[in-house]
Design a protein around this ligand. Sequence first.
Ligand code: PHE
Length: 499
Amino acid sequence: MRLPESQVAVLNAASATDERTIAQLAEATDLKPETVTGAVFDLRDDGLVSVTETVEEDVELTDEGVEYAEDGLPEVRLYRAALDVGDGDSVQMGQVIGASSLGGPQVDIALSNFARKGYGRIDSGELAPDADADPDADEEAAALAALAAGDDVDADVLDQLESRNLVVRNERTIRAVTLSDEGVTALMEGIEAAETVDRLTPEMLTSGEWEDVEFTEYNVEADAPEVRGGKKHILRQTADRVKDVLVGMGFAEMEGPHADADFWINDCLFMPQDHPARTHWDRFALDVPPMEDIPEDLIDRVRSAHLEGVGDDGDGYHSPWSEDFARAIALRGHTTSLSMRYLSGHEVGELEPPQRYFSVEKVYRNDTLDPTHLLEFYQIEGWVMAEDLSVRDLMGTFEEFYSHFGITDIQFKPHYNPYTEPSFELFGRHPETGELIEIGNSGMFREEVLSPLGVECDVMAWGLALERLLMLMYGFDDIRDVHGTLCDLDLLRETEVLR
Ligand code: PHE
């Protein structure tokens, strides 16, 4: 019989006595324990040895346990100090602690165990040691000493020490190896040790050495390291899918600056210049030169809408309107700035109805970070320009859009935006928590917005949160799971966006 070298060594070592553990075999053969374990399993599979497994517990003192084994348990030291200071009478706590040389957390440990173990009473700042208590008979102290000396101790005391974190118990599997009858026979008949190799080389082929070596077997069941390729972030994947869906619904994509003039971000939207959202608290203002490239006639019409209103009903705000403020640059808080650029004709020229446009782009808001708010997030912006649009068209568009993502239960709540009338917030139900979460905002642009832009028909528009759509699709409930340093890597790795 021919066997790999390590198996022959183990078999020989195992034959020396009745039963040997892996550790003993490793020592006897000078092989690594894991090599011995591998050889033992191969030998067992060939029926040459049998293996019995027993689980052993070993108990180890923690650092704190070692310290108490040397210096004494804190409660015992407290008791002794109390007797010393008070000669058997009650003593002031502060005095005893000073005399006991206990420090920091040990004082609390001493006090809580003092009363529990009957060393005395603690009453309004005084410590009364019990004269009958016997620290020499302290079971826990005795057990610590025994363990330090390598002796066994009673299970109950061990539980107690473990609950005080003075010991840790570890379980180990001990494997004992015995030669089987076949093993004994094989050894008697003689076993040849074959050099084992794990790969064939050209030299082995030319020298003919390949005929004498033993090849290690492939273990196709061994745990292999996990290999992970790169992949697109699920947010990006979902954004791509949103774009596909909207293109499929006949929309064209808008593009434009992340840092833009307040004119496009707010003034065109009939947002009064003293609106709270336009203050320095909410706005990420940039210290860069103002925007020059804005059509003068458009500025005039927007200014006039703010000051005097448009049409017969509107009255405007009559508050000051500053062109400098309108030209100042900030990070966009919504992508409705893009809708303004496109609707005004500034981007792609005058548009004839019907038209549909969208963007899936980042926006920036000075919000407080929490499970549903980030300082930057993706907005799904969109608008439809056509004659005679109604709220039904708006709702129908959302129902169609969200149904592509398996979301069929959209709810609408009347809302107020300075730039749309009527306006609606959209809500969807979270698949895990059942909560209604806000997923977007929408409405029909007002006359005060459309007229300065030169648009003569209806425009319905919206801004939806991409991250919230993801929450509804995948059920996570903290937006920070998909963004930033706290993101949930497993979620990001395992979630596949369905196409
Ligand atoms: N700009 C709005 C927001 O950020 C969304 C919106 C866009 C609402 C267009 C109505 C019309 O919440």
